[in-house]
Design a binder for this molecule. Structure first.
Ligand SMILES: *[C@@H]1O[C@H](CO)[C@@H](O)[C@H](O)[C@H]1NC(C)=O
Ligand SMILES: *[C@@H]1O[C@H](CO)[C@@H](O)[C@H](O)[C@H]1NC(C)=O
Length: 416
């Protein structure tokens, strides 16, 4: 349900929203519309569901390679949340369960580093057709708030860019207990979705849990109670499975080599400054420039300004062209995409001053045929002026550490 908030952006017809790319835009919108006070999370206390959970699956996954660094010497153990890959042909979106209410009801969410809040569909939302909606009447701790917001979004599922203003959510504030990994946090501020347009119905999850660079919600409450102020993401391809969010820890068995850390400079978003972009080992004047890149786990495609996107495509194939039905998207005839080399190196500098690359392999170039023209295959870069952002197509290849406490991000090649 990565989404593209429109109201603080140009009219929908001008917005180049790349489907799941949009969660960062949603976060901007949410921040402007809802922040200050409302998002001052009141998760005041942590209570252990009885008994204190043992992170069984983490210990079972220990390998000779090393221990799991997240589960030492703290008041709270790291919490592993298994993730499902929302495949649907794109292999670029992951979601998992948290529980909300008393007794807890399972709520599936995208853990979205591009947004800040928790929101999910409730039973009162007649237009929400997802199954397993949260039922507030069955939670003794649910307290409905009065704040309602109508959020027009351009969104999509998978990588479909959506440019019509037909994605609208209505959300309402509330507080309730949230349970993650067996630990229950009381009075967490959240939003329920009380109305949504039909375009959302294909989502296999109920909502979004924001995981921005300033800890909020249950994550902030966990940190206040002794959890290490970081989380790690193991976002694997469908064929590999076992994707996991590890809250409060780093699982050394899931990556190869050492983590390389770089400073994060976003205030809410996760932002790392890049020195250069190369495609197939080549760079150009347009690409060989410093730029701040947002890391958004709620995003499938990557987004760069039109000039940057076209400079990258020019190094891949002159057959790649804008796809007129979906502004911002690009594609080429599927029979020409074949084995086109399209290795994208995004260069960064580590905290130690060493250069390192995050590399998107050629296999990510083709994100599948367009619905409106199945003979044209969409390519992974969407143009969006004013934004440089990467998501699933990068994160799928690296174990990533989102270190809130030290305001840095760590990367190492995924170990599978
Ligand atoms: C989430 O919970 C549902 C049912 O409660 C379960 O079927 C599903 O496998 C869970 N998903 C993950 C990723 O653990
Ligand atoms: C990063 O990628 C570029 C382009 O392929 C390459 O020239 C450079 O050596 C790489 N840097 C590192 C540290 O691997």
């Amino acid at each position: 349900m990565g989404r593209c908030g429109l109201s603080s952006f140009p009219p929908a017809s001008q917005v180049v929203c790349a489907s799941l790319s949009a969660s960062v835009l949603q976060s901007h919108k949410m921040r402007s519309a809802l922040s200050l006070g409302v998002l001052a999370i009141s998760a005041s206390s942590v209570v252990y569901a009885t008994p204190k959970p043992v992170p069984v699956q983490l210990q079972a996954r220990k390998t000779e390679k090393g221990h799991i660094s997240g589960i030492r010497r703290r008041a709270l153990d790291a919490i592993g949340v298994p993730l499902d890959d929302f495949f649907l042909g794109t292999d670029l979106q992951w979601f998992g369960n948290i529980s909300v209410g008393t007794p807890p009801q399972s709520v599936s969410v995208v853990f979205d580093t591009g947004s800040q809040t928790l929101e999910f569909a409730e039973t009162g939302c007649k237009s929400c057709t997802q199954s397993g909606k949260f039922d507030p009447s069955k939670s003794s701790t649910f307290i409905r708030g009065t704040r309602k917001e109508t959020l027009p979004f351009a969104t999509g599922v998978g990588v479909d860019p959506v440019v019509n203003d037909d994605y609208v959510l209505t959300i309402q504030s509330a507080t309730d207990s949230v349970t993650v990994g067996g630990i229950t946090l009381k009075k967490v501020s959240l939003f329920t979705i009380i109305d949504q347009t039909a375009a959302f119905n294909v989502d296999p999850f109920l909502g979004i849990q924001g995981m921005g660079s300033q800890a909020e919600g249950f994550f902030a409450a966990l940190i206040n109670n002794g959890l290490d102020a970081l989380f790690s993401m193991f976002l694997t391809p469908h064929t590999v499975g076992n994707a996991e969010l590890l809250i409060g820890g780093i699982d050394n068995s899931k990556f190869t080599g050492d983590l390389v850390y770089a400073d994060q400079s976003g205030n809410g978003d996760w932002v790392v400054s890049s020195t250069s972009i190369s495609v197939n080992g080549k760079t150009t004047k347009v690409l060989d420039q410093a730029r701040d890149i947002i890391f958004d786990s709620g995003t499938s495609n990557i987004l760069f300004s039109t000039q940057t996107a076209e400079a990258m495509y020019a190094l891949i194939s002159s057959d790649i062209a804008p796809f007129n039905d979906e502004p911002g998207a690009y594609g080429l005839p599927c029979d020409k995409i074949g084995d086109l080399p399209a290795v994208i190196d995004i260069s960064f500098t580590s905290q130690d001053g060493e250069p390192f690359n995050l590399t998107i392999p050629s296999t990510e170039l083709n994100v599948g045929p367009f619905k409106s023209d199945p003979s044209t295959c969409q390519t992974l870069i969407n143009a969006f002026d004013g934004l440089d952002l990467v998501g699933g197509s990068v994160l799928k290849h690296y174990y990533s550490v989102w270190d809130v406490g030290n305001q840095r991000m760590g990367f190492a090649p995924n170990g599978f």
